[in-house]
Design a binder for this molecule. Sequence first.
Ligand SMILES: [Zn+2]
Length: 202
Amino acid sequence: MYAQQIIDAGRWIDQQGWCPATGGNFSIRLNSETALVTASGCHKGHLSEQDMLEVDLSGQPKADVSDRKPSAETLLHTRLYSLSSHIGAVLHTHSVASTVLSCLATHDWLELSGYEMQKSLAGNTTHDETIRLAVFDNTQDMSDLAGQVSERWMDEPLNWGFLVSGHGLYAWGKDMQEARRHLEGLEFLFACALEMRRMGAR
Ligand SMILES: [Zn+2]
Protein backbone atom coordinates (compact mmCIF):
# COMPACT_ATOMS: atom_id res chain seq x y z
CA MET A 1 0.00 0.00 0.00
CA TYR A 2 2.81 2.44 0.86
CA ALA A 3 4.81 1.45 -2.20
CA GLN A 4 1.74 1.90 -4.38
CA GLN A 5 1.29 5.45 -3.08
CA ILE A 6 4.84 6.26 -4.21
CA ILE A 7 4.29 4.55 -7.58
CA ASP A 8 1.07 6.54 -8.15
CA ALA A 9 2.71 9.82 -7.10
CA GLY A 10 5.63 9.12 -9.47
CA ARG A 11 3.34 8.48 -12.41
CA TRP A 12 1.43 11.71 -11.76
CA ILE A 13 4.58 13.79 -11.21
CA ASP A 14 6.10 12.40 -14.40
CA GLN A 15 2.96 13.38 -16.31
CA GLN A 16 3.40 16.94 -15.04
CA GLY A 17 7.03 16.97 -16.23
CA TRP A 18 8.33 17.74 -12.74
CA CYS A 19 10.92 14.93 -12.56
CA PRO A 20 12.67 14.57 -15.91
CA ALA A 21 15.62 12.27 -16.61
CA THR A 22 15.44 10.09 -13.45
CA GLY A 23 15.76 13.16 -11.22
CA GLY A 24 13.94 13.69 -7.94
CA ASN A 25 13.06 11.25 -5.20
CA PHE A 26 10.06 10.39 -3.07
CA SER A 27 9.45 8.83 0.31
CA ILE A 28 6.77 7.88 2.78
CA ARG A 29 7.00 7.33 6.52
CA LEU A 30 6.33 3.74 7.60
CA ASN A 31 6.61 4.30 11.36
CA SER A 32 8.52 6.40 13.89
CA GLU A 33 11.87 4.90 12.83
CA THR A 34 11.53 3.85 9.21
CA ALA A 35 10.76 5.36 5.83
CA LEU A 36 10.35 3.88 2.35
CA VAL A 37 12.41 5.82 -0.23
CA THR A 38 12.99 5.57 -3.96
CA ALA A 39 16.31 4.09 -5.06
CA SER A 40 18.93 5.99 -6.97
CA GLY A 41 18.64 6.31 -10.75
CA CYS A 42 15.06 5.14 -11.38
CA HIS A 43 12.76 6.89 -13.80
CA LYS A 44 10.00 8.25 -11.60
CA GLY A 45 7.22 7.62 -14.09
CA HIS A 46 7.88 3.86 -14.18
CA LEU A 47 8.53 2.88 -10.59
CA SER A 48 7.94 -0.61 -9.25
CA GLU A 49 8.21 -1.97 -5.70
CA GLN A 50 11.76 -3.11 -6.51
CA ASP A 51 12.74 0.54 -6.97
CA MET A 52 12.24 1.36 -3.27
CA LEU A 53 13.93 0.44 -0.06
CA GLU A 54 13.43 0.87 3.65
CA VAL A 55 15.82 3.14 5.50
CA ASP A 56 16.16 4.25 9.10
CA LEU A 57 15.95 7.94 9.94
CA SER A 58 19.70 8.39 9.53
CA GLY A 59 19.22 7.31 5.90
CA GLN A 60 20.80 3.86 6.22
CA PRO A 61 19.14 0.85 4.52
CA LYS A 62 17.34 -1.32 7.08
CA ALA A 63 18.24 -4.65 5.54
CA ASP A 64 20.64 -5.57 2.82
CA VAL A 65 18.05 -7.44 0.80
CA SER A 66 18.39 -5.40 -2.34
CA ASP A 67 21.28 -4.31 -4.50
CA ARG A 68 19.54 -0.96 -4.85
CA LYS A 69 21.16 2.09 -3.34
CA PRO A 70 19.04 4.69 -1.60
CA SER A 71 18.89 7.98 -3.47
CA ALA A 72 21.70 10.40 -2.72
CA GLU A 73 19.20 12.83 -1.26
CA THR A 74 17.70 10.30 1.16
CA LEU A 75 19.25 12.10 4.11
CA LEU A 76 17.13 15.18 3.41
CA HIS A 77 13.96 13.07 3.53
CA THR A 78 14.88 11.29 6.72
CA ARG A 79 16.00 14.53 8.36
CA LEU A 80 12.54 15.97 7.71
CA TYR A 81 10.92 12.90 9.32
CA SER A 82 13.23 13.35 12.32
CA LEU A 83 12.45 17.05 12.63
CA SER A 84 8.68 16.59 12.66
CA SER A 85 6.55 13.59 13.57
CA HIS A 86 3.76 15.29 11.60
CA ILE A 87 5.54 14.72 8.29
CA GLY A 88 4.29 11.52 6.63
CA ALA A 89 5.49 11.89 3.02
CA VAL A 90 8.14 13.91 1.14
CA LEU A 91 8.24 14.61 -2.61
CA HIS A 92 11.40 16.08 -4.14
CA THR A 93 11.02 17.35 -7.70
CA HIS A 94 13.08 19.17 -10.35
CA SER A 95 10.57 21.34 -12.22
CA VAL A 96 11.54 24.19 -14.52
CA ALA A 97 9.54 26.72 -12.46
CA SER A 98 11.07 25.73 -9.09
CA THR A 99 14.57 25.61 -10.60
CA VAL A 100 14.37 29.03 -12.25
CA LEU A 101 12.51 30.79 -9.45
CA SER A 102 14.91 29.49 -6.81
CA CYS A 103 17.78 31.06 -8.79
CA LEU A 104 15.99 34.42 -8.82
CA ALA A 105 15.45 34.52 -5.04
CA THR A 106 17.44 37.38 -3.56
CA HIS A 107 17.06 36.26 0.07
CA ASP A 108 17.22 32.91 1.75
CA TRP A 109 13.48 32.74 1.30
CA LEU A 110 10.93 33.25 -1.45
CA GLU A 111 7.84 35.34 -0.77
CA LEU A 112 4.47 34.64 -2.35
CA SER A 113 1.39 36.77 -1.79
CA GLY A 114 -1.98 37.62 -3.26
CA TYR A 115 -2.73 34.23 -4.82
CA GLU A 116 -5.91 32.27 -4.11
CA MET A 117 -3.87 29.05 -4.49
CA GLN A 118 -2.06 29.84 -1.22
CA LYS A 119 -5.11 28.20 0.37
CA SER A 120 -3.88 24.83 -0.92
CA LEU A 121 -1.16 25.01 1.74
CA ALA A 122 -2.21 23.70 5.18
CA GLY A 123 -3.07 26.47 7.64
CA ASN A 124 -3.78 29.13 5.00
CA THR A 125 -7.32 30.41 4.68
CA THR A 126 -6.81 33.50 2.57
CA HIS A 127 -4.93 34.91 -0.40
CA ASP A 128 -4.36 38.00 1.67
CA GLU A 129 -1.18 36.92 3.44
CA THR A 130 2.47 36.70 2.54
CA ILE A 131 3.96 33.25 2.80
CA ARG A 132 7.66 32.52 2.91
CA LEU A 133 9.39 29.47 1.56
CA ALA A 134 12.97 28.82 2.62
CA VAL A 135 15.63 28.72 -0.12
CA PHE A 136 18.95 26.91 0.45
CA ASP A 137 22.07 27.08 -1.67
CA ASN A 138 22.65 23.94 -3.69
CA THR A 139 25.40 21.54 -2.65
CA GLN A 140 26.29 17.91 -3.35
CA ASP A 141 27.07 17.50 0.36
CA MET A 142 23.78 16.18 1.71
CA SER A 143 24.86 16.11 5.33
CA ASP A 144 25.77 19.81 5.05
CA LEU A 145 22.40 20.61 3.50
CA ALA A 146 20.54 18.51 6.08
CA GLY A 147 22.46 20.43 8.78
CA GLN A 148 21.36 23.75 7.30
CA VAL A 149 17.74 22.59 7.20
CA SER A 150 17.95 21.52 10.87
CA GLU A 151 19.50 24.83 11.85
CA ARG A 152 16.84 26.87 10.09
CA TRP A 153 14.16 24.62 11.57
CA MET A 154 15.38 25.42 15.09
CA ASP A 155 14.77 29.14 14.41
CA GLU A 156 11.32 28.42 13.04
CA PRO A 157 9.78 25.18 11.78
CA LEU A 158 9.42 25.20 7.99
CA ASN A 159 6.02 24.69 6.45
CA TRP A 160 5.00 22.77 3.30
CA GLY A 161 8.41 22.68 1.66
CA PHE A 162 11.63 24.42 0.72
CA LEU A 163 13.60 25.23 -2.41
CA VAL A 164 17.19 24.38 -3.24
CA SER A 165 18.69 26.99 -5.54
CA GLY A 166 19.06 25.94 -9.16
CA HIS A 167 17.91 22.48 -8.17
CA GLY A 168 14.27 22.05 -7.17
CA LEU A 169 11.67 21.66 -4.47
CA TYR A 170 11.13 19.49 -1.42
CA ALA A 171 7.43 19.41 -0.53
CA TRP A 172 5.86 17.40 2.26
CA GLY A 173 2.60 16.72 4.05
CA LYS A 174 1.12 14.73 6.91
CA ASP A 175 0.47 11.95 4.39
CA MET A 176 0.98 11.35 0.67
CA GLN A 177 -2.32 12.99 -0.21
CA GLU A 178 -1.37 16.22 1.54
CA ALA A 179 2.19 16.14 0.17
CA ARG A 180 0.74 15.88 -3.34
CA ARG A 181 -1.61 18.82 -2.68
CA HIS A 182 1.25 20.94 -1.36
CA LEU A 183 3.43 20.04 -4.33
CA GLU A 184 0.67 20.88 -6.80
CA GLY A 185 -0.21 24.13 -5.01
CA LEU A 186 3.41 25.24 -4.79
CA GLU A 187 4.11 24.41 -8.43
CA PHE A 188 1.06 26.45 -9.45
CA LEU A 189 2.29 29.38 -7.31
CA PHE A 190 5.80 29.12 -8.80
CA ALA A 191 4.37 29.13 -12.31
CA CYS A 192 2.33 32.27 -11.51
CA ALA A 193 5.27 34.04 -9.87
CA LEU A 194 7.53 33.20 -12.79
CA GLU A 195 4.99 34.41 -15.33
CA MET A 196 4.48 37.66 -13.39
CA ARG A 197 8.23 38.29 -13.40
CA ARG A 198 8.43 37.52 -17.08
CA MET A 199 5.76 40.16 -17.66
CA GLY A 200 7.70 42.59 -15.47
CA ALA A 201 4.71 42.82 -13.10
CA ARG A 202 6.46 41.88 -9.82
ZN1 LIG B 1 17.38 16.67 -6.55
